[in-house]
Design a protein around this ligand. Sequence first.
Ligand code: NDP
Length: 511
Amino acid sequence: MMPDVTSESTKMRPWSGDRAPASWGLGDGQAIPWEYAPAPESRDIVRLKERYGLFIDGREVQASDGAVFATVNPATEEKLADVARATPADVDRAIRAAGRAQKRSWGALPGRERAKYLFRIARLLQERSREFAVLESMDSGKPIKESRDVDVPLAAAHFWYYAGWADKLEYAFPGRVARPLGVAAQVIPWNFPLLMLSWKIAPALAAGNTVVLKPASTTPLSALLFADVCRQADLPPGVVNIVPGPAAIGMHLVSSPNVQKVAFTGSTEVGKLIHKATAGTDKAITLELGGKAANIVFEDAALDQAVEGIVNGIYFNQGEVCCAGSRLLAQESIVEPLVEKLKDRLATMRVGDPLDKNTDVGAINSRQQLEKITELVAAGVAEGADLYQPPCDLPERGFFFRPTLFTNVAQSHRIAKEEIFGPVLSVLTFRTPDEAIEKANNTPYGLSAGVWTEKGSRILAMARRLKAGVVWANTFNRFDPTSPFGGYKESGFGREGGMHGLHAYVRLEDR
Ligand code: NDP
């Protein structure tokens, strides 16, 4: 039987009546004297349609068999809209449209002309940023302060950045000529729907490719709003096509003999299937998959800053982040004060309505994901790790999970090995830098890592030995369009972002 990880002992009480964390200096037992008033963002800026179509060849069309599926708000479980469910015939139609557009219009345009469209898209994303942020939070469950301050600005930044490359391709790869690959098949996940779309579409378009993109079934709406931006920007028909649909549609798309590039972000399991399906073809492929990052804190680190970095590393976007710092490796000498500070900090986190501007931890994306998190947390308790969850209320409806911290974790525990993709931190310890490296690299993944120390030389020494595509020093979860991102081992291969991300969408020929 699974232990009840939401038993009465951990049920949340209104935290305004709770004990103040010791670090607040109010004295044990004193009530916290204030609480945040609700600050909900208005939904009015979003005009939800009852039904959304596919976006093929510049037009909104219904699925060839008329089928739809519902997308729900994970914070309320209410249906937001019906969305056309693409059939294989629809996907083939989208691929043909993309192929025509690549050959006849987009691929033939001078780079400076393509750049104008990308700049226009970037500007429109900024102009409509509030609408995108609210819609993204409603469809995915992420807190509005994250969609508003991270997802949408970064999405626009990717279009600005790659617009800048579109007319400079001949200088980007010295001595080589960069040619577009053709049609790019792109399958994206639900944790950063708009941002993953922009990571994939912006470099593809800058290099002269056209795109057929399948969003995740739980979060299709921002991609469909993006289709509206493409129309507003007068993008030639067929350059961008959006085909929401089930997993099988993703497989149909990437397996098509008429696509020349495949880009996927999602689970390692599906990444392996896609890798197999494209093996033996000459398609270019990039896979950005799962992770189990170590966030390593040395005894000389500034602990208060490290606490903020740890919290951002694992509770940002409810921990539904491929590069989340889900394993905290703390040097043995400081583990106790560090965990105390973390517990105090967790007690201040506000869990609830994603549209409330004060919310730190929003809704889990789907019931299925909530069940996965619950199951893994129960496994952690059953295997003997110590669970801590701060007291706070959870909304009655919707898919919510408390920020969770496990101490007394062994490397063999499932919570230390498997990607949970939820707000769950496992604390492990180390004594020496060698032991930290050994433990950090003891995972089939290799996406990201963090190092917290005062010593620059130690940062460089650790970064060289960590098998991770990204190593953050005295910070975590920092993203920038100019900087490549991607993994080793089961975290995938290929890079997105920066010139590396551009390289993934071109064929280089000798001059
Ligand atoms: P998936 O890998 O299944 O989904 C990612 C995308 O791939 C979605 O668009 C999905 O479509 C599509 N897809 C699913 N199966 C196939 C297939 N056989 N062929 C082609 N495309 C496919 O992730 P899940 O949503 O199932 O999440 C499961 C776990 O994966 C999470 O708990 C997390 O651990 C990890 N994950 C990692 C992500 C990352 O960023 N690295 C992102 C998301 C999840 P559809 O939505 O229609 O199923």
